[in-house]
Design a protein around this ligand. Structure first.
Ligand SMILES: Nc1ncnc2c1ncn2[C@@H]1O[C@H](COP(=O)(O)OP(=O)(O)OP(=O)(O)O)[C@@H](O)[C@H]1O
Ligand SMILES: [Mg+2]
Length: 358
């Protein structure tokens, strides 16, 4: 007959729920075998390692785990995406404070893998909604563009007939039509199909930094964390340049006048990436991270939609354009953000996709 302790450890060993104990610095104190499997590390390797180093893309949850250990609260969260050495997992997370007399308080983190299909179908649904919105906006932009040039032309003709004082009005019409034309052109997005080629993501990032440096305020520093061993990506370089430029520009604007602004550009290889249901063996992942105020809560779910902006004078197009371009590359763009931290993650292909080869 086994003792109570033996029985408890046998249950933990055979449970299919991943169970992890961490302290307030998120240092791992215990992992059961299901957690070892999910995180792709052994207890031996993980002992005293930081949970944040083992799982990525779930920083919001990690932050909550930390806050809740301190405050003694518990919390549940459904369908959290975590990425570990063993790949991507969608899990329901449950966190409870775990305390034994005379020992530091810990968090008992339970993760239960949910059927990934639900998350993917949500992703596909959201993606097709965004595509429909972008289509509508493009159609609308076309409709505006044609009469606009007629309007501008007519104002120019009229200008010739008017005296200097009256010309002020036609100039306003011309100026405003030009403004509208710029907006419409941005709404229409890239006009010509650019040829794809194998390109270095670092060269493109450096080009973006060169342009950004011209008007970068002194309070913002740029940090590079490149993996020089990465393969080239198969992309349309000018379009991907536009994507990074939009995102870096947003980061600069978000930091604004804040002291000690920092933008980090990090590149890494990513394995087994799920792109709307199909798994890519290898991709290059670019992180653009800033320590600005974070994406406002009320637009977190719609930040990639066109016309969503919380900026004075912003058109809400930068990210919508970025997403259109990344979609056309069969890549992925995601964002993780909270106050003081915003991370845009762009995954790009390293191989020709079947339609490119054809
Ligand atoms: N790094 C960031 N930090 C905080 N908020 C951000 C960040 N990037 C984007 N946002 C928020 O997302 C909104 C949408 O960004 P997007 O680039 O699509 O449009 P915009 O910057 O407002 O206008 P445009 O790019 O057309 O000039 C921004 O208005 C801002 O509120
Ligand atoms: Mg922008």
């Amino acid at each position: 007959m086994s003792s109570k302790g033996d029985l408890a450890s046998a249950i933990l060993d055979s449970a299919s729920t991943a169970i992890i104990l961490v302290n307030r610095d998120l240092r791992i104190k215990y992992l059961n075998p299901a957690a070892e499997q999910m995180l792709g590390v052994s207890m031996l390797h993980a002992a005293r390692a930081q949970l944040g180093r083992i799982i990525e893309k779930s920083s919001i949850v990690l932050k909550r785990v930390q806050d809740d250990i301190v405050a003694g609260r518990s919390f549940n969260q459904s369908e959290v995406l975590i990425v570990s050495k063993s790949g991507e997992h969608t899990v329901d997370v449950m966190v409870n404070r775990f305390e034994r007399e005379g020992e530091e308080p810990l968090a008992l983190v339970e993760m239960y893998e949910v059927n990934g299909r639900r998350r993917i179908s949500n992703e596909i649904h959201q993606h097709s909604q965004q595509k429909a919105a972008r289509f509508l906006i493009r159609e609308l932009a076309h409709e505006i563009k044609n009469p606009l040039s007629g309007l501008r032309g007519a104002a120019q003709l009229l200008e010739r007939e008017l005296n200097e004082d009256q010309k002020e009005y036609t100039r306003i019409i011309i100026e405003q039509s030009d403004r509208l034309k710029n907006l419409v052109n941005r709404l229409l997005g890239p006009q010509h199909a650019e040829k794809r080629q194998f390109s270095s993501v670092h060269e493109i990032l450096e080009k973006v930094l060169k342009l950004t440096a011209i008007s970068l305020p002194d309070n913002i520093k740029i940090k590079r964390d490149y993996d020089p061993s990465l393969p080239d990506v198969y992309i349309a370089p000018e379009q991907i340049y536009q994507v990074f430029l939009n995102i870096v520009k947003n980061a600069v604007e978000a930091i604004g006048q804040r002291e000690d602004g920092l933008i980090t550009l990090k590149t890494r290889a990513a394995f087994k990436v799920n792109i709307r249901g199909s798994v890519q063996r290898l991709m290059v992942e670019v992180h653009v991270t800033d320590n600005g105020p974070g994406i406002p809560d009320d637009i977190k779910d719609t930040v990639f939609y066109p016309m969503v902006s919380r900026k004075e004078g912003g058109h809400g197009l930068g990210l919508a354009i970025a997403q259109t371009i990344i979609d056309e590359h069969s890549g992925k763009i995601e964002c993780v953000s909270w106050s003081g931290h915003t991370d845009f993650i762009i995954s790009l292909p390293v191989e020709k996709t079947p339609q490119d080869v054809a």
